[in-house]
Design a protein around this ligand. Structure first.
Ligand code: ZN
Length: 140
């Protein structure tokens, strides 16, 4: 479910940093591969190291696969128990906050929590719009 926010992360101001980091990692991997193919000492070292660590690596990969299977199974069962399909972002937020009353505490324009000012009056923390606490549910 969190993967739906990845494009916005890539388009944010941290996007270039992520691209640069990925490029640096790729360069390091290529350099390691070239070093491995041209250096017989490193080949011997890698084969020795691999022989000593492969049981741990196998156990780790197995644990990751088991965890992924459990998560996938749980996620599918969780979504099947719900009548609505996981279509849009607002529906996802409905799942995280099941009560419709909680929606009235959110600004419908910038989806920021509202701050209660007085009896029956709320203000958005971000855009400073005022709302009545009996605000009808808006379609957007
Ligand atoms: Zn707002």
């Amino acid at each position: 479910m969190r993967t739906t926010r990845l494009p916005s992360l890539l388009s944010s101001r941290y996007g270039p940093l992520l691209v640069i980091q990925s490029a640096a990692n790729l360069l390091l991997a290529v350099w390691l591969y070239l070093e491995y193919t041209h250096n017989p000492f490193m080949q011997a070292y890698v084969s020795n190291a691999w022989a000593s660590v492969w049981p741990e690596i196998t156990i780790g990969i197995s644990a990751v696969i088991v965890a992924a299977v459990i998560l996938a199974f749980y996620g599918r069962r969780h979504s099947q128990s719900l009548p609505a399909r996981l279509g849009s972002k607002s529906k996802l937020e409905d799942l995280e906050e099941p009560s419709n009353l909680a929606r009235l505490d959110m600004c419908p324009f910038c989806e920021t929590p509202l701050r209660p000012i007085s009896e029956g009056r709320l203000q958005c923390r971000k855009c400073r719009r005022y709302f009545k606490s009996s605000l009808p549910k808006m379609a957007y």
